[in-house]
Design a protein around this ligand. Structure first.
Ligand code: 5AD
Ligand code: SF4
Length: 481
């Protein structure tokens, strides 16, 4: 079989990252290996996102630029997957005839067949059929290979779609109704990942709180308990949790499960009850703040992050002030803020009271600035403390730097349980044969803090963590308590 090169460009959320891994696995038996060089590829797939207008524009501008490459290499096959594909279907091919195929969010499992068809017949193809459900729901089981993502942290999609109807959101349209995976399959997938060296998993779903409800399989906290029992898995994260469904059981899991990381992403979207109602979020700011209080009382050092939309139709400066006030009350560890944009099929697109771009921009900047203040404050409070870090690899700076540096100067990177990035070096007292490896839990003393990250040195002396080149089984005391 010829070896062919596959280039995947992934835009958007973690779910797309997970799906892109499925694309690669599905195409591997057909002889496709991943390449990071666009120019050498035989097949290019762009996995798109349509959550906001900007993400969609990013997809179209990248796809547009591929026309030059196609002219140079007429045999190149180009496909578009993900949410924009599902949303736009054949309109994408009409707009960009240099593309070969469009496959929607329901067609992940059919990708190998589609590519085979195009290789043989060389004609364009559109598959946005959603009638048979999502046959890509179960990940493709293949023997792990060297080209698989070698990171010790991985995403695992546990459910797809969304049954909520937030009025600004396109997701229910492009990802369909909510479906949860079978818990036994999820557990099998995670056990296999752990066997291949993965130590931390992030469970993905639009609203993990409603996992298994429709199917009557098991609740999300029950699933967490079962995953927690997997030996050699060190950390569990999940995202996203809808505030209206955040149950007491799930909040309690933060004190009961020591592998569950002390971080929750709890998108509030707005601090104004009026806007929350028009967004159809089904909670009030008071109910949200009550849940935040409960989280803090169960787990005092839990980190909370959020998403905020600025300039939703009808948002007045009073509504906006309430959002600022809520941020001041919660003191988020991290926040993601977006200017509202109209989305196809979303109800708010037809709402009156559109806010001008200028006002949206001003509000966005104010929220981002306030968010940075709190993120920096939270990070500063960790200076001097010792944190347990899961080593993920070399730091970005290290990866970019010229080779030939002394091994002791190497900068590594990992995260705290609270999801803060920590770049660290070995410091004095470590020798060149003390090798730090990916997937290790290590204690790091935090020396410096910025808005986005922390830096420090591996702890020496009595608490020094012994390290080796091999993957180690970690003593229980290094699993976070
Ligand atoms: N405009 C702006 N932001 C949006 N989001 C979702 N839809 C829109 C939209 N139409 C944001 C929400 C969500 C995050 C993933 O994207 O904050 O939580
Ligand atoms: Fe969109 Fe709301 Fe569903 Fe999240 S919960 S995906 S914002 S509809």
């Amino acid at each position: 079989m010829d070896t062919k090169l596959l280039y995947i460009d992934t835009i958007g959320c973690q779910m797309n990252v997970y799906d892109s891994e499925q694309f690669a696995k599905g195409l591997r038996p057909m002889g496709y290996t991943l390449t990071s060089s666009l120019d050498t590829a035989n097949l290019v797939i762009v996995n798109t996102c349509s959550i906001r207008e900007k993400a969609q524009q990013k997809a179209f501008s990248f796809l547009g630029r591929l026309a030059t490459l196609k002219r140079k290499k007429p045999d190149l096959i180009i496909g578009v997957g993900g949410c924009v594909a599902q949303q736009e279907g054949s309109r994408i091919l009409e707009r960009m005839p240099h593309l070969d195929f469009v496959f929607g969010t329901y067609a992940v499992g059919r990708l190998p067949k589609i590519v085979k068809e195009i290789e043989l017949k060389r004609r364009s193809f559109v598959d946005i059929d959603n009638s048979g459900g999502i046959d890509g729901l179960e990940p493709i089981a293949v023997v792990p290979s060297a080209e698989d993502n070698q990171s010790p942290t991985r995403f695992v999609t546990i459910m797809r779609g969304c049954d909520n109807h937030c009025t600004y959101c396109v997701v229910p349209h492009v990802r369909g109704r909510e479906v949860s995976r079978n818990p036994a399959n999820i557990l099998r997938e995670i056990r296999n990942l752990v066997k291949s060296g993965v130590r931390e998993i992030t469970l993905l779903g639009q609203n993990v709180n409603s996992f298994g409800k429709k199917e009557g399989s098991c609740s999300f906290p029950e699933l967490l308990f079962q995953i927690h029992d997997i030996e050699d898995l060190l950390r569990i994260r999940f995202t996203t949790s809808h505030p209206k469904d955040l149950s007491r059981n799930l909040i309690d899991a933060f004190s009961g499960l020591n592998k569950l990381c002390k971080h929750i992403h709890l998108p509030v979207q707005s601090g104004s009850n009026l806007i929350l109602r028009r967004m159809n979020r089904k909670y009030t700011r008071e109910e949200y703040l009550e849940k935040v209080d409960r989280l803090h009382s169960i787990c005092p050092d839990i980190a909370i992050s959020t998403d905020i939309i600025l300039g939703f139709p009808g948002e007045t400066s009073e509504d906006f002030d309430k959002t600022l006030d809520l941020i001041n009350k919660v003191e988020y560890d991290n926040l993601f803020a977006f200017k509202y944009s109209d989305r196809p099929y979303a109800l708010a697109t037809g709402y009156p009271g559109k806010v001008s771009e200028l006002v949206k921009k001003e509000r966005l900047e104010a929220v981002l600035d306030l968010g940075k203040e709190y993120a920096a404050k939270k990070n500063r409070s960790l200076v001097g403390s010792t944190e347990l870090i899961l080593v993920e690899g070399f730091s970005k700076k290290q990866r970019k730097s010229v080779s030939g540096r002394k091994i002791n100067d190497r900068q590594w990177s990992g995260r705290t349980s609270t999801n803060k990035i920590v770049n660290f070096t070995k410091g004095r007292g470590f020798y060149s044969n003390d090798v730090i490896s990916k997937g290790q839990m290590i204690r790091v003393q935090i020396d410096k803090a910025s808005v986005h990250s922390l830096s420090g040195t591996v702890v020496e002396g009595g608490e020094k963590v012994s390290v080796s080149t091999k993957q180690r089984v970690f003593p229980p005391e290094l699993v976070e308590a």
